[in-house]
Design a protein around this ligand. Structure first.
Ligand code: GLC
Length: 568
């Protein structure tokens, strides 16, 4: 294989034309795909995306003004973090009105316009649905306080009468999850923070109400839901104590922690049953068109129960990827596990960060070459990639003083958050990954004209911003764009099968294939060029570069990725 040959083949437009020319049967032969099988989801954190009215916070008209940017990137599914009415104690994850829009975000006309403008561009909107809890200011909870024990409103939430704390259950955020309400003269349960009382899923009226919310948004034109802490939906109706555990801190892969197992508070049989009912309802109200992804935590085996072989949620996040760093053996293990746990027609998810977690590039010490390798995997593996806003620019995690934190988690932990971050490398200050999107080098990185945006822009915003990267064909933005366009046009990548997962000589490789052809994907994790010996090296390079040395041996440059296209 010659270098110049690989160069002219390394061109997405040409690749697309080639693919259409050579692979017509392969494209036609695909089973009728569901739109969400081949999609990439882009997470918008509206508060920090684009402010249209200069009040210092992002809003829906701001999102509309940037749809063309997202279209240029190649995105067609947008997940919106909450835009509902809310006292905003947890930035919208504390809902006080499920079918109204927070005035800071705009109004329902703006929302309808967003749906229309998205449609014009063949884009879809996925809403964030917080089913587990409401805000304490939600009219249901306010009525529950005043209601008598066992009354219809009281019964919407998880209450227990009596003087003593009902049992040993701890909240996900540590500490006692039971809170005594003086006016109600009873304890209410909150899986997350005290101002987010849990709804009672043993009461069928709660499920019906939330399914009604889902109907409302589907009828308004949304294409699905991201389901917030779905794992916490239904607690044990007998209120049994959680068993002890030796684990001090829960993790994404194992939610036991704070020295107890979460047997009776998370992932209960009742919650899994609701996942199946949710799916049946969603399918019926959307004629099988809408999509769901659940935020759940646990082992791969547990997570797959939520999708119930296609009878439950369409997909669930698999967060282990966030902690794989740049370690090829970890990636290999995760790829195998994710692929096995979610066999077709189920879809694994590939997620690197979100509005709660450290920005992924900063886990790689802000090394863009490493980030490119990981992103390459994200887009060439079987499954649904998720991009958190700004990831496509390499936006970084910020170090912020917890004293001025706006996030309720950092407010809860105060200075302990800094100590935790030092020891664990993780952040308890979620403001640090939520700084405004960097659009350009103007005031507030083009995010807002306000003199006091809700968070200051990232400190590198003058250098890392969308305008600059749009103009640079070698930027990270264009790297994402190329991958997105290849994934969209090549059926092997968007719906083919996967096998031949290998790690050899620091090169991780796998094959994506259809009946017509194979795509061999290689990622060289080493700093230097490494040889590939397989005879698949006879393929055509359609992504990345292969170097040929003086002895005619094929090598993949250090920290880079390649796709070889082979027809049988
Ligand atoms: C989820 C959200 C997070 C929120 C929490 C409580 O983990 O991603 O932002 O604080 O649930 O709703």
């Amino acid at each position: 294989m010659k270098n110049n040959c690989s160069k002219w083949l390394y061109n997405p437009l040409l690749t697309f034309i080639l693919a259409l020319f050579f692979l017509p049967e392969s494209l036609q032969a695909q089973e009728a795909k569901r739109w969400y099988d081949a999609t990439t989801v882009y997470q918008i954190y509206p508060l920090s995306f684009k402010d249209s009215d200069g009040d210092g916070t992002g809003d829906i008209p701001g999102i509309i003004s940037k749809l063309d940017y997202l279209k240029t990137l190649g995105i067609e599914t947008l997940w919106l973090s909450p835009v509902y009415s809310s006292p905003w104690q947890d930035h919208g994850y504390d809902i006080s009105g499920y079918t109204t829009i927070h005035p800071r975000m705009g109004n329902m006309d703006d929302f309808d316009r967003l749906i229309q403008e998205a449609r014009k561009r063949n884009m879809r909107i996925v809403m964030d649905l917080v089913m587990n809890h409401t805000s304490e200011q939600h009219p249901w909870f306010q009525a529950a306080i005043k209601d008598k024990p066992g009354g219809p409103f009281r019964n919407m939430y998880v209450w227990k009468e009596g003087k003593k704390r009902p049992n040993n259950w701890k909240s996900m955020t540590s500490g006692n999850g039971w809170h005594y309400h003086k006016e109600a003269k009873a304890w209410y349960w909150a899986s997350f923070l005290p101002f987010q009382p849990d709804l009672n899923y043993h009461n069928p009226a709660v499920k019906d109400s939330l399914f009604g919310v889902m109907d409302f948004w589907i009828q308004r034109g949304v294409s699905g839901f991201r389901l917030d802490i779905f794992n916490c939906l239904a607690e044990d109706s007998l209120f049994r104590n959680n068993p002890p555990s030796l684990r001090p801190i829960p993790s994404e892969g194992n939610p036991d922690g704070f020295f107890q197992k979460v047997t009776y508070t998370q992932n209960t049989e009742k919650t899994l049953e609701i996942a199946r009912e949710f799916r049946a309802h969603l399918d019926s109200v959307s004629q099988g068109e809408a999509f769901s992804v659940g935020e759940v935590f646990g082992s791969g085996e547990l997570l797959q129960k939520y999708t119930a072989q296609g009878q439950g949620l369409h997909s669930v996040f698999f967060f282990k990827t966030m902690h794989a760093g740049f370690k090829p053996h970890k990636w290999k293990k995760i790829i195998r596990e994710n692929d096995l746990n979610f066999p077709y027609p189920q879809q694994p998810t590939w997620v690197l960060s979100n509005h709660d977690k450290k920005r992924f590039i900063s886990r790689l010490k802000n090394k863009e070459s490493k980030m490119r390798c990981v992103v390459f995997m994200q887009f060439t593996l079987r499954g649904i990639p998720f991009i958190y806003q700004g990831e496509e620019l390499g936006m970084r995690q910020q170090k912020l003083n917890p004293k001025f934190g706006q996030d309720p988690i950092v407010k809860k932990f105060g200075v302990a958050a800094t100590r935790f971050a030092r020891i664990s490398g993780e952040s308890l200050n979620r403001d640090e990954c939520r700084t405004p999107f960097s659009w350009n080098s103007e005031k507030n990185a083009g995010f807002s004209t306000s003199d006091s945006p809700w968070l200051s822009p990232a400190k590198e915003a003058g250098n890392i911003h969308a305008e600059k990267q749009l103009n640079d064909p070698n930027s990270l933005f264009h790297f994402y764009r190329k991958l997105l366009s290849m994934r969209k046009s090549l059926s092997e990548l968007n719906s083919g099968k996967m096998d031949s997962l290998r790690l050899k000589n620091k090169i991780l490789s796998y094959r994506r294939y259809s009946d017509q052809s194979s795509m061999y994907c290689y990622i060289n994790f080493a700093r230097k060029s490494r040889r590939i010996k397989e005879k698949t090296a006879e393929g055509k390079v359609i992504f990345g570069n292969i170097e040929t040395d003086a002895k005619g041996r094929n090598k993949i440059p250090g920290r880079s990725s390649v796709i070889l296209w082979v027809r049988p």
